[in-house]
Design a protein around this ligand. Sequence first.
Ligand SMILES: [Ca+2]
Ligand SMILES: [Ca+2]
Length: 429
Amino acid sequence: MGGNRKCLTVALAATIASLGMVLAPGASAITFSNTGAITIPTGPGDASPPASAINVSGFPTAATTQDIKVTLHGFEHTCPSDVGIVLMAPVSERPIELMSGAGDCTDANSLTFTFDSTSPYMPDTGPLASGSFRATSHTIGRSYPQFGVGTAYAFPGPAGGGAHTLASDFLGFRPNGTWNLIVRDFSAGDGGQITGGWTIDLKTGVSPSGGLGAIADGSAGCTAYGAPTDVAFPISAPGSVVSRVGVSANLGHTYVGDLDMQLLSPGGSRAQTIFSRTGATSPTGLGDSSNLFGIYSFVDETAAFPTPWGDAVVNAPDSDAYVATGRYQASTPGEGADGGGASTLLSPAFAGVNPNGTWILRLRDKCVGDTGTISDASLQIDTVPATGAPTSAPPAPQPTAAKRCKKAKKKRSALAAKKKGCKKKRKKH
Ligand SMILES: [Ca+2]
Ligand SMILES: [Ca+2]
């Protein structure tokens, strides 16, 4: 089989079932497609086209990914183990190797591969068959020249002990933008094609029904919280219980250390701090002075987002600096000796809870001067049948890194020194 096929109708056929609505748990994902054939040369070399693009659009600005699947349609190759494929997300997110070195040199004909995050790996040897798999790499160090990816991709394993999945890398990620599938053949002889192109299935979190807006200021001396800003998310998922929770918020605030953000399940039956008074070492102490501006996601994926919230906050430069947008884990509250900010998990507080009703994302500000707003948000609730087998327990919370505390202490003393002077940013009387 050669690499001579030229029927490259790269018609970008975005088969969008429906857009712009709230996706409740259990709602189907939206499918985006590029049905153009991808020709894989005998190699070594890039496929034609070397990168196949899908433009994802129409999700609300703050919508973040709750589930993602990628499907290859009509995979054919006379030696599938030659093939390496990388999925590249919009903006600056790290790519992930989707499939590399799978199978052997048994002909693959018209196969369909769906990549999710929970199915088994593709086999290392023997013939490949259609089915669902997790991202799989049985090779180490294959380099992809397209877009300068090289070897700087997330590695799924099982070779080399990799553990990345589509979920670990894209949960809480903003899906709008151009996704690319980079296909390459790494060995001379044997080629193939992906006759039907590929699709990406995306499901995002729920948008709020109300409550967005300004966050009331706190009190002089940080003695009492201002009135809460409660962002509401109505959830309907009959017959199910919560298995995993993630939340994203578009936040603006000029003093992150004033803020407390928590998630409450319907009726307030359970609550979990997402971050609180980061950097404050006592109930009335000032927290970190860094600013928030943009979309911050909080999900329980320890492997993919190694920077604790506290590090991101504390390491933002002092003078009117912004905490980097992106994905974090929830963090421990401040107002204790360590100032909080260590990574923790969001889901355990809600696992097994009835998801039906109104969830609240609550923001409160404790110190006068410096205020902010929440302009949009997204709640990602994964459920399992109420009568189903219990899901496996999530990993234990990560311990505070000694290094982070050291840095935090260092910065807090610098801050304290600064605030002994003019307290430039605060407008306290
Ligand atoms: Ca080859
Ligand atoms: Ca304030």
